[in-house]
Design a protein around this ligand. Structure first.
Ligand code: SF4
Length: 355
């Protein structure tokens, strides 16, 4: 829904100003699915608007539910035919978190991530980001539930699409619209230092998460190319600046890759990274869903790693994962042109580079 375009149509027809608020309410509060459901408009006005502005720019192509019923993944087609995925995670404590994409593909090429094998096609508009959330809001409304949290952890690097991401967050936060509290939204970056510094100056209290996955410089560079451009020392300088300016806690996401980042030395490096100052630090240790390139660390070792971090004074949690059986878990979102999911990980990156 492009509200600017709707405003132009209403203005051209000399409709009163409150009409736009009615459309906004229908879209963001009542979760109407089409112009036909904007019953505060006459049929003629609905038809005039529908002729000029599409109610949705994303078309759901395929929806899969995990066998446990706690995860729903939807593949969307954008107006230009590009495909993206978003995931709804239904927590036991009744939170409903939508994990949305910010780009078609991703340029960052993290070697454990299926999205990284796609390369970047384009940024998503603010509207395309918002519509992923609204789609699941409608889905939940039918069950008498609502979206409680939004995380930008799907396909793409949000800070490479900074302006549209911020516009989307403001739209979702708008008290006259979707009205989701800023503290219920999170942005996850692989470590784009200028983005973190810019984010620190925003006036919204949206949470920041860092995809860390290793606290050892060479090791991190080998799985996350971004670490060569923004090494750990610069990343942590930016994170400390963010903490100082916002006084907000930062989440560090840590996928456990067997034999790569799950050893004693990795736990010690992580503790050393924070240099004793863990007041605003929390580490989420996450199960990795195996690809051809990497094996995930087993449960016993994952629990040991979390415990070891705690012994070393680092606040850490073993995060529950969702949607493994429908390729909806961390690092598994990726679609081909025909809409099929791909998750070959590093092997596909190698193949695409002709290695
Ligand atoms: S982990 Fe995030 S930043 Fe890295 S390739 Fe995947 S989507 Fe991009």
């Amino acid at each position: 829904m492009q509200l600017d375009a709707v405003a132009r149509v209403l203005q051209a027809r000399k409709e009163p100003a409150y009409r736009l608020a009615q459309v906004k309410r229908a879209f963001f509060v009542d979760f109407a699915e089409s112009w036909d459901q904007v019953t505060t408009f006459s049929k003629a006005l609905r038809e005039a608007c529908a002729a000029e502005v599409a109610w949705n720019t994303l078309t759901p192509v395929k929806t899969q539910e995990a066998t446990k019923g706690d995860t729903v993944k939807t593949l969307f087609a954008c107006e230009d035919g590009k495909k993206i995925e978003a995931v709804l995670m239904r927590h036991e404590d009744e939170r409903n978190t939508v994990c949305v994409s910010s780009q078609v593909g991703c340029p960052m090429a993290c070697s454990f991530c299926a999205t990284g094998t796609m390369g970047l096609t384009r940024n998503l508009s603010a509207q395309e980001i918002v519509e992923q959330v609204i789609y699941f809001a409608r889905w939940l409304k039918a069950k008498g539930e609502r979206v409680t949290n939004v995380v930008l952890m799907g396909m793409g690097e949000p800070f490479h699409n900074f302006e549209n991401v911020m516009k989307a967050l403001r739209t979702l936060n708008d008290p006259d619209g979707f009205n989701l509290g800023a503290r219920h939204m999170s942005v996850s970056t692989c470590g784009i230092v200028p983005g973190i510094l810019k984010f620190a100056d925003e006036d919204m209290q949206v949470n920041l998460a860092i995809s860390l996955h290793s606290a050892i410089q060479d090791e991190r560079s080998s799985i996350m190319p971004v670490n060569k451009a923004y090494p750990l020392s610069k990343l942590m300088d930016a994170v400390r600046t963010y903490m100082r300016k916002t006084n907000r806690r930062v989440m560090f996401e840590y996928l456990l890759l067997k034999g790569i980042n799950d050893r004693e030395e990795d736990a010690q490096a992580l503790a050393a990274l924070f240099d004793g100052d863990v007041r605003l630090v929390h580490v989420n240790v996450i199960k990795y869903h195996e690809t051809e390139a990497f094996q995930g660390t087993g449960k016993e070792q994952r629990l040991w790693f979390v415990e070891r971090l705690r012994q070393l004074g680092v606040p850490a949690t073993h995060r529950v994962t969702f949607g493994e059986d429908i390729d909806a878990a961390c690092g598994q979102l990726a679609v081909q042109e025909d809409g099929e999911n791909i998750k070959q990980g590093r092997e596909a990156v190698r193949a695409s580079k002709g290695a």
